[in-house]
Design a protein around this ligand. Structure first.
Ligand SMILES: Nc1ncnc2c1ncn2[C@@H]1O[C@H](COP(=O)(O)OP(=O)(O)OP(=O)(O)O)[C@@H](O)[C@H]1O
Length: 602
C-alpha cells in the first residue's frame, strides 16, 4: 500500500504544476473533465465496484453537492470554498440515511439496491424542483467569484478537480489495501459467508457508502461553479450514473486503478468526437468498445492486465512469500484447551427455536458442548442439524431461546461478533469467495475471526493452514479450479484460520471417496489433537463412530437422545427415527440416512 500511496502523492505533486505550464484554457478544461470523471468513477467504485452494491444514485449525491454549493453561494453568500465541505457533508448525510435503512434489509441487494438508489435520484430531483432550493428556473452562479488557486480560472478548476480526484483515488487505494477492502471484496462474492467469517458487513457498507456519497457531493460542488448555471434537468439524469458504471467496468471495478483507466479512456474518446457530426460516432464507438470489453475482458482493462501479468510471473516469486515451515504453528494457532472430556461446558443452548414461515426447524433444543470434545450431531434428513449450526454461528437469527458461549450470551449477536468470539463453521456445500485466491480465502477469516491478525500476518498464517490441509500448492488458484475434495479442505482451512475455540463441521465428508474420507478423518483427528472443540454434523457413520466422544441425535427439530456413540445408536427410539418405524419418536417420511448395522461394523 505504501508504494501506491507514495506514487499517487508524487503524481499529484507533478500534476499540480500543470496550470503554470501555460497550456491553453481548452486544454486545462479538458484535463478538468478527465479528473472530474476520475473522481466520480473512483468514488462510485468504492462501494459499488468493490462490494457489488451497484448504485444508480450517484447522480443524486453529485446533484445534492451541486445544489448545496449553488444555494449556499448564491442565496446565502458563502465563499465558494467553504461550501465544498458542506456539499460533501450533505451528500454523505443523505447517503447515510438511505444506507441505514437499505443495508439493514437482507433482501435489498443487487438489482433492488440499484433500483432503490435510482429512485432516490428522482425523489431528490422532485424535492429540489419543488422547493426554493431551485423552484424550477435553475440557480445562477455567475456572480460567485472563482478563488485564485491557480494563475487562471481554468487553472483553478483544474486544481480543484485534481484535489477531488486525488482524494477519491487515494481513498480507493487505501481501502483496497486495507481490511475494509478485503471485507468489501468478500461481500461482493458472498455477503452472508463474509459476515459469518467476521466481516462487519453492515458497518463496512454504510461507512463506504457515506464516503462514496461525500466524494460525489464534493465533485458536484466544484462542478456547480464550473458550469455556473445549475438546473435539475441537467443534473439529475440517468446518463451520469450510467457513465461512471461504464467507466469502472471498462477499467476494472475490482481494482482501485480501474476507474482511472476507464474514466480517462472514455472521456478522451468522447472528447475526440465532440463535433456535432462526429459526436454520434464517438458515442457509438464508446459503446462498441464497452461491448467488446464486457464480452472478452469481463474483469476490465486493469483486471485483465493484472491477470496476464500474474500468468507471466507464474513460477517466479509468489505475491505473498511462503514462510518457512514452522512445526509449532498449530499449537500456537489453536488455543490450548483442557483435556478431552474435561466436563467444562463451553457452549450451552437452551430452548432454542427456529421457525421458517410455518416450518419449525428447531423446536426447543437444549444442548451442551464440552471443552475439548468432538460432539457428533446426528439425525435423519431435515431434523434440524444444519439449522442448529446456522443459528449458533449467527447465519440465521433464532426465533426463541438462548445460546451462551464461554461466558458470553451470543444468541442475539450479529454473526461477525459470534465469529470474533471464537466460533467457526464450515458449509455443507462449500461456499468459497469465488474471486479471491485460495490463499486470500484463508487469510480473510484469519483477519476477521477470533485471531484478528493484520493483513500481512493473516497471509502468513494462511500459508500454514494451507500446508496443514494439503492445499499449499493451490494457494494462487481460484476456488473454481479446485475439485470437491479440495474445496471441502478449503472450508477446513478457512474455519481453522480464524483460530476458533469451537469448530462446527457441517457434513464435510459428504461426496468424498472412501480414501478422501480417511484423509479427512485423519485431518479432523489432528485438529482435535491440537486441542480444538469440534461439533461434527455427519451422515458417514464410520467417521462418526471413529471420531466422536459423544453424540446428540436430533429428530424433527428436537433432541431425541444423547450420550456415548455405541450406546445411543443402539437405542430403539434412535433406530426407529432413522428407519421411520412406527413409534413415539419416529420421523415419518424421512429417508433413513444410514443403517444401524453400520454402527456395529464401525
Ligand atoms: N432457509 C430455510 N428456509 C425454509 N426452511 C428451511 C430453511 N433451512 C432449513 N429449512 C427447513 O428446516 C428443516 C431442518 O433442515 P436442516 O437443513 O436443518 O436439516 P438437517 O438435519 O441438517 O438435514 P440434512 O441432514 O439433510 O442436511 C427442514 O424441514 C428444512 O426444509
Amino acid at each position: 500500500m505504501r508504494r501506491s500511496v507514495i506514487a499517487l502523492l508524487a503524481a499529484a505533486l507533478l500534476l499540480a504544476a500543470v496550470p503554470w505550464l501555460g497550456l491553453p484554457p481548452f486544454a486545462e478544461s479538458m484535463l478538468y473533465l478527465i479528473l472530474h470523471w476520475v473522481a466520480l468513477a473512483s468514488s462510485w467504485n468504492l462501494l459499488s465496484g468493490y462490494s457489488g452494491y451497484f448504485s444508480f444514485g450517484h447522480g443524486a449525491f453529485f446533484g445534492i453537492g451541486m445544489y448545496t454549493t449553488a444555494a449556499l453561494t448564491s442565496k446565502l453568500d458563502w465563499p465558494f470554498l467553504w461550501t465544498l465541505p458542506a456539499a460533501a457533508a450533505m451528500s454523505a448525510l443523505v447517503g447515510t440515511l438511505i444506507g441505514l435503512a437499505a443495508f439493514r434489509v437482507h433482501s435489498v441487494r443487487a438489482e433492488l439496491f440499484a433500483l432503490l438508489t435510482l429512485a432516490t435520484t428522482f425523489v431528490v430531483a422532485t424535492v429540489i424542483l419543488n422547493t426554493p432550493i431551485d423552484g424550477g428556473p435553475g440557480v445562477y452562479l455567475n456572480a460567485v467569484p472563482v478563488p485564485a488557486l491557480g494563475p487562471t480560472p481554468s487553472g483553478t478548476f483544474y486544481l480543484l478537480a485534481l484535489g477531488a480526484a486525488m482524494l477519491s483515488v487515494l481513498a480507493a487505494a487505501v481501502i483496497y489495501h486495507s481490511r475494509l477492502g478485503t471485507g468489501l471484496l468478500a461481500i461482493h462474492d458472498d455477503e452472508d459467508v463474509a459476515e459469518v467469517m467476521g466481516v462487519p458487513t453492515y458497518r463496512y457498507k454504510l461507512g463506504t457508502f457515506a464516503l462514496s456519497c461525500a466524494l460525489a457531493g464534493l465533485v458536484g460542488g466544484i462542478q456547480a461553479l464550473f458550469v455556473s448555471y445549475v438546473t435539475a434537468g441537467d443534473t439529475f439524469t440517468i446518463t451520469m450514473p450510467l457513465t461512471v458504471v461504464l467507466m469502472s467496468v471498462l477499467g476494472g471495478s475490482r481494482h482501485w486503478a480501474g476507474p482511472i483507466v476507464g474514466a480517462t479512456a472514455i472521456t478522451l474518446l468522447l472528447f475526440a468526437f465532440t463535433g456535432s457530426e462526429t459526436a454520434i460516432v464517438g458515442k457509438g464507438l464508446t459503446g462498441l468498445i464497452l461491448v467488446v470489453v464486457i464480452l472478452f475482458m469481463p474483469e476490465g482493462i486493469v483486471g485483465q492486465t493484472m491477470k496476464w501479468w500474474k500468468h507471466r510471473r507464474a513460477g517466479k516469486a509468489a505475491e505473498v512469500p511462503r514462510p518457512p515451515a514452522s512445526p509449532t504453528v498449530l499449537s500456537k494457532s489453536v488455543p490450548a484447551v483442557q483435556a478431552t472430556g474435561s466436563g467444562t461446558v463451553l457452549l450451552r443452548a437452551r430452548g432454542v427455536r427456529k421457525h421458517f414461515r410455518g416450518v419449525q426447524a428447531l423446536r426447543g433444543v437444549d444442548l451442551e458442548v464440552r471443552k475439548g470434545e468432538i460432539l457428533g450431531l446426528l439425525g435423519p434428513n431435515g431434523s434440524g442439524k444444519s439449522t442448529f449450526i446456522n443459528v449458533v454461528s449467527g447465519h440465521f437469527a433464532l426465533t426463541a431461546g438462548e445460546i451462551d458461549f464461554d461466558g458470553l450470551r451470543i444468541s442475539h449477536l450479529p454473526a461477525h461478533r459470534v465469529a470474533r468470539s471464537g466460533i467457526a463453521r464450515t458449509y455443507q456445500i462449500p461456499r468459497p469467495f469465488a474471486h479471491l485466491t485460495v490463499l486470500q480465502n484463508v487469510a480473510l477469516p484469519a483477519m476477521f475471526g477470533a485471531a484478528g491478525l493484520d493483513r500481512r500476518s493473516a497471509e502468513q498464517a494462511a500459508w500454514q493452514w494451507l500446508e496443514f490441509t494439503g492445499l499449499a500448492d493451490k494457494a494462487d488458484a481460484l476456488p473454481d479450479d479446485l475439485n470437491l475434495h479440495q474445496r471441502k479442505f478449503l472450508e477446513f482451512a478457512r474455519a481453522l484460520a480464524s483460530r476458533p475455540q469451537v469448530l462446527m463441521l457441517d457434513e464435510v465428508l459428504s461426496g468424498l471417496t472412501p480414501s478422501e474420507i480417511d484423509g479427512a478423518v485423519d485431518l479432523i483427528r489432528r485438529i482435535r489433537d491440537q486441542g480444538a472443540t469440534i461439533v461434527f454434523v455427519e451422515h458417514v457413520m464410520r467417521a462418526v463412530m471413529a471420531l466422536c466422544d459423544r453424540i446428540v441425535v436430533f429428530e424433527q427439530g428436537q433432541v431425541l437422545a444423547e450420550g456415548a456413540p455405541q450406546e445411543v445408536m443402539q437405542r430403539p427410539e434412535v433406530v426407529a427415527a432413522y428407519l421411520g418405524a412406527p413409534g413415539p419418536a419416529s420421523a415419518a417420511g424421512s429417508p433413513p440416512a444410514f443403517q444401524p448395522a453400520e454402527v456395529a461394523h464401525a
